[in-house]
Design a protein around this ligand. Structure first.
Ligand code: SF4
Length: 452
C-alpha cells in the first residue's frame, strides 16, 4: 500500500538536519511519497523505516527481464487503463514448437521466426520468444530442441514440460538465455524454483484457480524468489478475460502482492477452435494484461493482426504515432518523379503513401516535422506552413536528390502555395486533392500532362 507523506514523515528522524537536500523531514517525506527521491538520501533512516518503506516501494507488478541481454521486459504496470498512463511493457509474443514436430518443419519455423520482421509506423517489430513444448514426454529430445532453438534463433524460450527432469535439463542447456520454465505446480515448485534460480531463468507457476496460484506465489516469495510468471488455467474466453482482470485489479488496487507478476498464456488448447479461436484468445491476452502469449504455430496473417494491435495499445495515447521526418521513396522513384508533401502523423502518412502506391506511379513523399499532427491541425498550429516545409526541404538537400521542381501539397492547405514558392525559389507548387482517395486519379492526370 502506498504511504502518504505524513505517514512517511513519522518514520523519519524528524530532526530537519537537511542532509538529504530537503529543508525538512516533511518535505523529504512528501518527495518520497511522490517517488521523486530515494530513502538512501537520508543517512539517519532507521532499519524499521527501511523495511516499511522498502515494502511500500515494491512495484505492484514486478519487472521480469528475459533474453540474453534482458531486453524483453514484462510487468511494472501501475494502471488498469491506458488512458490513465501509458502501459509500461508490451505482451511478449512467442511461437511454439513441439519436440514431436517433424525436423523439416522445425527448421522451417525456426527460420521464419528468426527472420520475421514487421514494420509499422517506422518501427521494426520481431517475434519476441520461442515456445518449446515437451509433447513427446522424452526429456532428451526436448532438451535437444531447446538447445537448437536457442542457438539458431538467439531468442529466449518458454520451456514447457510436465516432467521436472526435462525442464531442469533444458534450463541448464540454455543457461544465459534468461528464459522461462513452465509451469511449476505445488508439487514441483521447489525443485523448479531451485533450477530457475540456479540458471537465472524465470519460473511460471500454475494452479487450478486463483487461490491456488496466490498460495504458491506466496510460498515462492517467502523463499525470496520473485522471478515469477502466473499461468492461469482458464477454460473459456470469458473466464480468461475475467481471471486476468481480477488478478491485475487485485495487484493494483488491493495490494495483493502474490498476484503482482506478469501472466503467461499458452494457446495450444484453442487450436481446436481454429485460427479465429486462437486469435480471439491472443487479442484478449494483449488487451487484458498478458505478459507472454504463446501462439501454437507460425501464422504471418495472425502475427500482423496481433503485433499491430499490441503496438496501438502500448503507445502513449496522448502522443500521436509519428513517422520519421524525411524524404520517402514510394515505389522506385527516379530523380524526375513527382514530389508530394504531407505531415508526419503516421495515419496520414500511411494513407497518402498507400494511395500514391495504388496509382502505380513511383513518387517522392516529403514529410517534414509536424509533431505528429494531421494536415489541417499542423497547418492551424503553424507547423505545416510554406516557410516550415521550404526550410525542411532545403535542410535535407532535396534539390540534390530530385530533379523535379514541382511539389504537390494537400488540397486542404492550398493557401500555403504562394508562401512555399517564395521559400523554395525555382519550384512550382501544385495543389493536390483534399481527399487522399482522389490522389490516384490526380497522379494519373499529372503524369498524363507530363508525357504529352
Ligand atoms: Fe530528515 Fe533525514 Fe533529511 Fe535529515 S536527512 S532532514 S533526518 S529526512
Amino acid at each position: 500500500m502506498a504511504l502518504t507523506g505524513l505517514q512517511i514523515q513519522k518514520l523519519l528522524p524528524r530532526t530537519n538536519c537537511k542532509e538529504c537536500g530537503s529543508n525538512t523531514c516533511l518535505a523529504f517525506a512528501m518527495q518520497l511519497a511522490a517517488k521523486k527521491v530515494n530513502l538512501s538520501q537520508c543517512p539517519y533512516a532507521s532499519d524499521e523505516a527501511k523495511r516499511i518503506l522498502g515494502a511500500a516501494a515494491e512495484p505492484p507488478v514486478r519487472l521480469i527481464e528475459l533474453g540474453a541481454d534482458r531486453s524483453i521486459k514484462l510487468g511494472e504496470e501501475t494502471v488498469l487503463y491506458r488512458h490513465e498512463k501509458t502501459f509500461a511493457h508490451r505482451t511478449a509474443i512467442a511461437v511454439n514448437l513441439n519436440d514431436t514436430d517433424p525436423a523439416r518443419e522445425i527448421d522451417q519455423v525456426l527460420d521464419q521466426v528468426k527472420n520475421y520482421q514487421l514494420v509499422r509506423s517506422g518501427e521494426k517489430i520481431d517475434i519476441d520468444m520461442i515456445g518449446i513444448t515437451n509433447k513427446g514426454g522424452i526429456a532428451a529430445s526436448f532438451v535437444q530442441l531447446a538447445e537448437r532453438a536457442w542457438k539458431s534463433a538467439g531468442k529466449p524460450l518458454v520451456l514447457r514440460s510436465s516432467n521436472p527432469d526435462a525442464l531442469i535439463g533444458a534450463a541448464r542447456a540454455v543457461q544465459g538465455s534468461h528464459s522461462v520454465l513452465a509451469s511449476a505446480t505445488v508439487e514441483t515448485a521447489d525443485l523448479l524454483r531451485a533450477a530457475a534460480q540456479g540458471c537465472e531463468h524465470a519460473l511460471a507457476i500454475s494452479g487450478e484457480d486463483l487461490d491456488a496460484i496466490v498460495a504458491l506465489a506466496s510460498r515462492m516469495r517467502e523463499q525470496g524468489f520473485h522471478n515469477l510468471l502466473l499461468d492461469f488455467q482458464t477454460r473459456s474466453l470469458s473466464e480468461q478475460f475475467q481471471t486476468n482482470s481480477i488478478a491485475r485489479r487485485a495487484a493494483l488496487k488491493s495490494d495483493c502482492r502474490p498476484l503482482g507478476y506478469p501472466g503467461i498464456k499458452f494457446l495450444e488448447s484453442q487450436k481446436d477452435e481454429g485460427v479465429w479461436g486462437v486469435t480471439a484468445s491472443a487479442v484478449t491476452e494483449i488487451c487484458k494484461y498478458g505478459g507472454i502469449c504463446v501462439l501454437p504455430s507460425f501464422d504471418p496473417s495472425q502475427l500482423v493482426t496481433l503485433l499491430t494491435l499490441r503496438l496501438n495499445l502500448y503507445t502513449d495515447p496522448q502522443k500521436p504515432i509519428q513517422v520519421e521526418p524525411r524524404l520517402y521513396a514510394v515505389g522506385e522513384p527516379k530523380p524526375d518523379s513527382p514530389v508530394f508533401v504531407t505531415t508526419n502523423f503516421s495515419l496520414t502518412f500511411f494513407i497518402v503513401s498507400a494511395e500514391i502506391e495504388n496509382s502505380g506511379v513511383s513518387s517522392w513523399l516529403l514529410v517534414p516535422e509536424c509533431e505528429g499532427m494531421s494536415v489541417l491541425t499542423a497547418w492551424a498550429a503553424g507547423k505545416f506552413s510554406g516557410a516550415s516545409i521550404g526550410k525542411f526541404a532545403r535542410s535535407i538537400g532535396i534539390e540534390d536528390r530530385v530533379t523535379s521542381r514541382e511539389m504537390v501539397i494537400p488540397g486542404y492547405v492550398a493557401r500555403i502555395s504562394g508562401e512555399l514558392e517564395e521559400n523554395l525559389p525555382g519550384w512550382r507548387v501544385l495543389v493536390g486533392p483534399q481527399d487522399a482517395s482522389d490522389i490516384e486519379s490526380f497522379v494519373k492526370t499529372l503524369t498524363t500532362k507530363h508525357t504529352k
